[in-house]
Design a protein around this ligand. Structure first.
Ligand code: GCO
Ligand code: MG
Length: 402
């Protein structure tokens, strides 16, 4: 068996997606996602110019060998561009193997460990009242777990609060838009939001919150303590994690569950966090960390230390990543939760998929492979459009972490 062709497909049904399609001499093909929000063409070029020419002619059944070939063979290891490109190839190869076996991917991985995948949706509003209403709307849609983000008094724009309520997309301009951040205004405001949410909806709903890398470790510890009475499922990205040690200070000062890792791209970015039990949930998604082959290693290491998965699932992760993630989530023993932001109907039409939402859970479906295809005719209707993530500055103009 051999790989006959491997192509990059770029499409922008409302937002940009980079996909890889790998075709074999047996007529079976696989699809992978390589989308890196705001830096899409760098991955497309890395794939087109450097990775895919090395993949054509190989035996697609040798997934591990191809992974090692691409990772070790580049000499320059790791990084989001490289690892997203390897992930796309890896996802497509697992798709092919599962299709050849006539199995849904979760069966090839070891079979289902659960009946459905618990997901969390995104409620956001301009202020507390609107955010509380939105959480109520999500509960009405059947969600059991909901992330809550709100506008902050005195700040013009807040992370996680979008114009639209169903399809949040932060990459909103052809050059980065600028927002302003103030830690004190945020810290003084957030506990009140969760107090109101518990007062309104009681203890049953799982509530989550994303700090989006904005705090120092000590500030994060203080916020964690202030939020402890409201029983959050997790506090996400409380501080940047380039320095994994930074989480020790947070951990020593609060018992709030911590999640991190959506920007990580290998086991090396999280091994200290996991081995020292400085976090509770690891968020690195299948598209960012070299695909299923490498993510399995991260999940297994996490399992040893009772850290559970909680993969990133914003709209910049294409339905292909969502499909692959749901098979992984169905199998992985140390599953925690899966983020789920709905894609637009245009995106769903470009990527027909077997997964579906029911009563607060997502199900991967039983189609062979990861169950997500790409309709190339539909994809061709939506040409690439430059779109950047915003940047943020402190009120005095100092650059900060968006
Ligand atoms: C999340 C993330 C996203 C990111 C986005 C960047 O938890 O869903 O923080 O909202 O900001 O994926 O492209
Ligand atoms: Mg996040």
């Amino acid at each position: 068996m051999r790989i006959d062709a491997a192509r990059v497909i770029i499409t922008s049904p409302g937002r940009n997606f980079v996909s890889v399609k790998i075709e074999t001499d047996q007529g079976v093909y696989g699809v992978g996602d390589a989308t890196l929000n705001g830096r899409e063409l760098a991955v497309a070029s890395y794939l087109q110019d450097h990775v895919l020419p090395c993949v054509v002619g190989r035996d697609p059944r040798r997934i591990e060998d191809i992974w090692q070939y691409l990772y070790r063979g580049a000499y320059w290891r790791r990084g989001p561009v490289t690892m997203s490109a390897i992930a796309a190839v890896d996802m497509a190869l697992w798709d092919i193997k599962a299709k050849m076996a006539g199995m849904p991917l979760y069966d090839l991985l070891g079979g289902k460990s659960r009946d459905g995948v618990l997901v969390y949706g995104h409620a956001n509003g301009a202020d507390i009242a609107e955010t509380v209403d939105e959480v109520g709307r999500y509960l009405g849609l059947g969600y059991k777990a909901i992330r809550a983000q709100s506008g902050i008094p005195g700040l013009a724009a807040a992370y996680g609060v979008g114009r639209g309520k169903d399809y949040y997309e932060p990459a909103d301009a052809s050059l980065p838009s600028e927002t302003v951040w103030d830690t004190r205004k945020y810290m003084q405001f957030v506990p009140g939001l969760f107090e109101k949410l518990r007062e309104t909806y009681g203890q049953a709903p799982q509530l989550l919150h994303d700090v989006h890398h904005r705090l120092t470790p000590m500030e994060a510890a203080r916020l964690g303590r202030a939020l402890e009475p409201y029983d959050l499922f997790w506090l996400e990205d409380a501080t940047p994690a380039e320095n994994q040690e930074a989480f020790r200070l947070i951990r020593e000062n609060t018992v709030i569950p911590l999640a991190v890792g959506e920007v990580f791209n290998s086991i090396w970015d999280c091994k200290d966090l996991i081995q020292n039990q400085l976090i509770d949930y690891i968020r690195v998604p299948v598209v960012r960390a070299g695909g299923i082959t490498h993510l399995r290693r991260i999940a297994d290491l996490a399992g040893l230390h009772q850290v559970r998965t909680g993969f990133h699932g914003a709209t910049d992760l294409s339905p292909v990543t969502m499909g692959a993630a749901l098979h992984f989530d169905s199998w992985v023993p140390n599953f925690g939760i899966q983020e789920y932001m709905r894609h637009t109907p245009e995106t769903d039409a470009v990527f027909p998929h077997a997964y579906y939402f029911e009563d607060g859970l997502l199900h991967p479906g039983d189609a062979p492979g990861h169950g997500v295809d790409i309709d190339e005719k539909e994809a061709a209707r939506f040409p690439y459009k430059p779109a950047y993530l915003p940047v943020t500055r402190l009120e005095d103009g100092t650059m900060w972490n968006w």
